[in-house]
Design a protein around this ligand. Structure first.
Ligand code: ATP
Ligand code: LTN
Length: 337
């Protein structure tokens, strides 16, 4: 029976071994919550991962590892559809249609492309990296998603998705649902623990500010305890003047479910060290079972692979229908069977 719940869709790249705290708090945590109330589709976007140079064996391993971490984080294949992007060929097919609808100028304005291409040396960026946001547009529109849970850095790509959905609908008739971003204010952007002016990212210049969920818990605790704060001593949420402390408070609050006001009251008159030590404990308590669960899924690759195969089958049923409609609307001649 077709579900009547609103639909959500999101994706994560298998470009690094471990998810980091920004991925978890900014996106994956919401995915887990939304599977309860929404018809949820989540995928490991391996086609996006090859827009920068990759090692084939590593990509394969990281794709399984990403799926294992999503399950360890709480995705339940009974409550959501979890799959690998390349297992559903319709993504690349709809992306072509969207490539032919998107303007070169609007694609050139994507800030993530500018950042990423600068990192690899402007002249070395591939056409795939340039067109990466358009593949993301196809990912979202194929499922007629109402909402897309992501971190703040993805907002521009969701805007592009809305623009292209509107353009297609305007030109060829109502076809695609125009999606909304689903970005929670408190966790929209988790900052680097060493440089709270930049977002936590797997491509950080030093690993010290990056909390990888699969790090050894001792390393995690050490990184939290050496987080950069400020020369003041007051524990208060003030992103403007106290970005480091505010970041720690946001993380603490989200992981424990306690409000920032409660935490400010508890730490009134205490030193930064106390806050960091307690947060390190909270973090270790979170990552330790996460690591164990991830390993359990990895230890049984056959079950993991068949679970992903089932997910792809469910995803494909939806994607194929949307693609067929889009092909028809743009005027492609149907193949005779
Ligand atoms: P990175 O910045 O580490 O390279 P990414 O954004 O390129 O990550 P993914 O790993 O696929 O690519 O990101 C998965 C999700 O995590 C996205 O929804 C993204 O918005 C979110 N995310 C990434 N970093 C942060 C962060 N520091 N704070 C909040 N959300 C984040
Ligand atoms: N571009 C995203 C990953 C991504 C995605 C998607 C997110 C690919 N397809 C569809 C939401 C919906 C990133 O870099 N984090």
């Amino acid at each position: 029976m077709a579900s009547t719940s609103p639909r959500v869709l999101s994706g994560i790249q298998p470009t690094a071994g471990s998810f980091h705290l920004g991925n978890y708090l900014g996106a994956v945590r919401q995915w887990v919550a939304l599977q309860e109330s929404h018809d949820a589709f989540y995928m490991v976007v391996d086609l996006h991962a090859i827009t920068v140079p990759q090692d084939p064996a590593e990509l394969r391993a990281n794709t399984r590892l990403a799926a294992a971490q999503l399950l360890a984080a709480g995705l339940d294949p009974e409550r959501c559809t979890l799959f690998v992007q390349s297992h559903v060929p319709e993504h690349a097919q709809l992306a072509w249609i969207m490539n032919c609808l998107a303007g070169f100028g609007e694609a050139s304005r994507m800030t993530q492309f500018k950042d990423k291409s600068a990192k690899h040396g402007a002249g070395n960026a591939t056409v795939g990296l340039f067109t990466y946001p358009i593949l993301q547009v196809a990912d979202i529109l194929l499922y007629q998603a109402n909402q897309v849970p992501v971190g703040e850095d993805q907002r521009q790509h969701i805007e592009l998705t809305r623009d292209l959905a509107d353009r297609f609908n305007g030109r060829f008739g109502e076809t695609f649902t125009v999606p909304e971003p689903y970005i929670l204010k408190e966790t929209a952007k988790i900052y680097d623990l060493q440089d709270p002016s930049i977002k936590m990212s797997k491509s950080a210049s030093t690993p010290k500010g990056l909390i990888n969920l699969l790090d050894d818990p001792k390393t995690t605790a050490k990184k939290v305890k050496s987080a950069v704060t400020d020369t003041d001593t007051v524990i208060k949420y003030d992103t403007e003047n106290k970005p480091g402390v505010s970041n720690l408070l946001s993380i603490y609050s989200t992981l424990t479910g306690r409000t920032i006001a409660e935490l400010e009251a508890e730490y009134e008159g205490k030193m930064y060290g106390a806050l960091k030590t307690d947060l390190a404990d909270v973090m270790v308590e979170f990552v330790t079972p996460f690591r164990t669960r991830t390993q359990q899924y990895l230890d049984d690759p056959e079950t993991l692979d068949s679970l992903l195969a089932k997910g792809a089958e469910k995803a494909r049923a939806v994607a194929a229908e949307t693609l067929a409609t889009a092909y028809d609307k743009v005027g492609l001649l149907p193949a005779k069977h």
